[in-house]
Design a binder for this molecule. Structure first.
Ligand code: GDG
Length: 501
């Protein structure tokens, strides 16, 4: 074991929460990694200790890597163990199988998949490598918690090398319906591998239902018990696996505390002074085609065209965080977004005055992100499909004045929990999103507060520690009927009244 204290908890994810990069003086530096998974898991490891196994963000094995991770782990309070990959493995496993096959397919975008068989070969090899590193770091009494779509085969590989620690898997992204999943050329292998875990967790009931449908349609000799409960059991010929839905969350109190800090408050005042008499609308997303950024911009343009009273009264701050720059689709998406921003600003900017969209393509500092969350009266979180979407929850946590509105896509996992306080929209419905923007802008203060209070209560009661506890309880509980029935989001089936012709 390298660094940190032991707690029997071993987490594996594609990447470590730190990124190793070469420094100008020939040494290597460590910086904090980003993304939803890391935001969610850091407080868990800090709180409980354990070991985190993952790729350090650099190919090969830089000299002194173990020492670097050991001292970082000592400081963080948990161990860090690197899985090393060469460039070809990293390309075919990470960019290839993970991000050109599973990511688009599981987000219902199968037309963006490249089903290259060599990607699958490398995916298996790399999952075996993770299992080998885990095997060196765990005993059969430990609990191995594997995260996300990059590592679906790890339990199977652990069993193949004789490790029998309890294993659990959490999928941070959606699980597709059977019609879409069936397009995967390795659908049987992936389902078999998943069923080797002892517990599988999904974000929402919809994902869990999709997975169980796939099991029912594609697997022979399996039976399901406990339907209608949060955690059901799938029994195969040699193994039993529990399957549940556990909506991931954030460290609510920590966000509140940090949003209230003096330097954030000062930044909020600066931002307000820059755009007085304006309602700020905020969009913060990784550059990704699932986040619905072009559709959102089109809806904003529609709102400006149809509600002229918004002119000079609202400003959209759209932050796009660089991501997966090596994959061609991401570059063309960036060009498309920047073209739209240019068109909309070209159409509405008042010379010397109002610019409707302030666009930033970069990583924000934590301070700026918190300040934007606190300043914006409206957040536009409109992914086409999203496992959960932590930006939505972070925004609410940081709205400490409770005077703001969340516009949320009904296709974000977060919609299941936040449907009663947010304005839910279909991100493909340009007119509907535009109406929601206007509705949020014109919403009476009382209603805004009541909605935001409700949202914040939900997130406070179901924070990241609640998520970990409910997941771990599902792994060890003897009686699964003790779990509450899950909540689900069901899109409205009320048809709008049609005008008679
Ligand atoms: C995956 C699933 C699921 C964003 N911009 C900056 C920044 N961020 C941080 C946010 C947030 C995280 O990145 C983004 O999390 P999301 O949940 O919105 O999205 P994914 O990265 O796609 O995460 C997702 C999640 O896993 C957890 O299960 O919810 O559905 O796709 O925490 O704060 N952080 C900083 N600067 C930025 O500019 N420092």
């Amino acid at each position: 074991m390298v660094g940190g204290r032991r707690s029997g908890l071993i987490v594996a994810s594609n990447r470590l929460p730190v990124v190793v990069a070469p420094a100008a003086n020939g040494d290597y530096t460590l910086t904090r990694g980003g993304g939803g998974l890391i935001t969610a898991l850091l407080p868990v490891l800090r709180n409980r200790g354990g070991i985190w196994v993952g790729w350090p963000g650099i190919c090969g094995e830089p000299p002194g890597l173990d020492r670097l991770l050991e001292s970082a782990g000592r400081e963080a309070g948990y161990g860090l163990q690197a899985v090393t990959l060469n460039e070809d493995e990293e390309r075919k496993f990470y960019q290839g199988f993970s991000n050109e096959i599973v990511w688009p397919l599981f987000h219902d975008l199968h037309s963006l998949c490249t089903f290259d068989p060599s990607y699958w070969q490398t995916y298996q090899t790399v999952n075996r490598r993770y299992a080998e590193v885990l095997a060196r770091n765990c005993t059969d009494g430990d609990f191995v918690w594997v995260h996300d779509y990059h590592l679906m085969n790890v339990a199977q590989e652990l069993h193949a090398i004789g490790v029998h620690a309890k294993t659990a898997f959490f999928l941070h992204i959606p699980f597709p319906s059977v019609d879409i999943f069936t397009k995967l050329p390795w659908r049987f292998q992936v389902l078999h591998a998943l069923l080797e875990y002892d517990l599988i967790g999904f974000q929402t009931l919809r994902d869990r239902r999709n997975f169980l449908d796939c099991v029912r349609h594609l697997m022979k000799d399996v039976t399901l018990h406990g339907r209608g409960q949060q955690v059901v059991t799938v029994t195969g010929p040699s193994h039993q696996v529990r399957v549940g839905n556990f909506p991931i969350s954030i460290d609510f109190n920590d966000f509140v505390k940090r949003a209230a800090a003096a330097e954030v408050s000062a930044r909020v005042q600066e931002l307000k002074a820059l755009l007085p008499e304006h309602q700020l609308i905020l969009g913060v997303d990784r550059l990704d085609y699932t986040k619905g950024i072009p559709e959102r911009l089109a809806a904003f343009r529609h709102a400006l065209r149809h509600y002229p009273e918004l002119h000079e009264r609202v400003t959209l701050i759209q932050v796009v965080v660089p991501s997966r720059a090596d994959i061609p689709e991401y570059n063309s998406l960036k060009t498309q977004i920047e073209g739209l921003v240019g068109e909309i600003n070209g159409e509405f900017t008042r010379p010397g005055g109002w610019v409707p969209i302030h666009y930033a393509y970069r990583n924000l500092t934590r301070l700026d992100l918190l300040a934007y969350y606190r300043t914006a009266q409206i957040a536009l979180v409109t992914p086409l499909k999203d496992g959960m979407n932590l930006v939505a929850k972070e925004y609410c946590a940081c709205s400490i004045e409770e005077d703001s509105t969340l516009i949320l896509s009904e296709f974000a996992g977060a919609a299941a929990e936040l449907q009663r306080g947010a304005l839910l929209v279909n991100p493909y419905d340009v007119e509907g999103v535009a109406d929601a923007i206007y509705h949020a802008y014109a919403m009476p203060k009382r209603e805004r507060r009541a909605r935001m209070r409700r949202l914040r209560r939900t997130i406070r009661e179901h924070d990241i520690f609640w998520w970990v506890d409910s997941f771990l309880r599902a792994a060890i509980a003897k009686d699964l009927s003790a779990f509450p029935a899950p909540r689900d989001y069901v899109p409205s089936t009320d048809e709008p009244e049609l005008l008679p012709f």
